[in-house]
Design a protein around this ligand. Structure first.
Ligand SMILES: [Zn+2]
Length: 311
């Protein structure tokens, strides 16, 4: 969830408008609307059957399914093996992500979630095969929710129009059925591609990364993405997060690419040791904070930032 400059601009628009260089005179669209991330120019875009999503082929058999018009810019992944496919997250639930996935592969699809915050599980209900971490947090979220989904549509959160037929009043995270439990160290065989489950609690108790060791790909979920990493929620455990990113950093020498759950899909694995150092500096009290809305602050360390509870 906040991830980025965009969230800062929303804060700007709502709270600090007179101070914001990006604030626009028009109130019709949020300040970030129309921004373009240059990194996407280097990616191979492929057609999407639904204009809510942009789809990019980011590695052989790996598609990033990006939702650029909601400020969190969530990114789900379709990962293909020879026998079946895996959806790593299902997005906001605002448009039909299953239709997108089925336009990209005829293979049977299993869903695995990077964690069960609403912006990553919105399309879970559309799928019949869902592997989940065995935590109380996961079980609670699988019952669905209304409030978290509704909050996604707050003023300034959406750029342009919502999809035709989308009903803002009834928008919710629909319940889903967990068909299989997964655990740290499990290997998911897709046929010719194996994904390893790496438990990375911190952002939430059920956060995981997926490692495609043979191809040097690490799908990071919300443990890392280019914008400010959200670490303020009640379910966040900062000690666990510190341990998790240290574990990920140990993998960095063996990785070719990070694939992130917000903002931009592709990042360089060399950021992982820097992430460890940055977070350690924040926790050691060495980094000044900037106010970021009620009860929250942002810490910026080089190009890495964290949105956290105000001390
Ligand atoms: Zn999250």
């Amino acid at each position: 969830m906040l991830r980025r400059l965009r969230a800062f601009l929303i804060l700007c628009a709502l709270v600090f408008a007179p101070l914001c260089v990006h604030a626009r005179s028009s109130v019709a669209q949020p300040a970030w609307c129309g921004e373009y991330r240059a990194a996407f120019a280097h990616l191979q875009r492929v057609p999407s059957p639904d204009p809510w999503f942009e789809v990019y082929k980011v590695a052989p058999g790996v598609f990033a399914i990006y939702e650029p018009r909601q400020f969190e810019e969530v990114i789900s992944y379709l990962i293909l093996g020879a026998n079946r496919a895996l959806m790593f997250d299902t997005g906001m639930g605002i448009a039909d992500i299953r239709k997108v996935a089925e336009s990209l592969t005829p293979l049977p699809i299993t869903v695995v979630n990077s964690h069960t915050h609403n912006d990553h599980v919105g399309g879970n209900w559309q799928f019949s095969s869902i592997d989940s971490m065995d935590t109380a947090f996961t079980r609670a979220n699988a019952r669905g929710s209304v409030a978290a989904a509704q909050a996604e549509l707050a003023p300034g959160n959406v750029c342009g129009s919502l999809p035709p037929g989308f009903d803002t009043k009834t928008y919710s995270t629909r319940p889903w059925h967990i068909t299989h439990w997964i655990h740290d160290g499990d290997k998911i065989d897709l046929g010719g591609r194996t994904l390893e489950v790496i438990s990375t609690p911190g952002h939430t108790p059920d956060s995981i990364c997926l490692l495609d060791r043979a191809n040097g790909l690490l799908f990071t979920g919300d443990s890392f993405y280019p914008g400010a990493i959200w670490l303020y929620a009640p379910e966040t455990d900062l000690d666990a997060y510190a341990r998790s990113v240290k574990r990920l950093a140990a993998l960095a020498p063996h990785l070719r690419m990070l694939l992130c759950a917000h903002n931009e899909p592709v990042a360089n694995p060399s950021v992982l040791p820097k992430l460890v150092d940055a977070f350690n500096e924040v926790r050691a009290g060495k980094i000044p904070s900037t106010p970021a809305g009620p009860g929250k602050v942002i810490y910026r360390v080089g190009g890495i930032s964290f949105l956290m509870a105000a001390p």
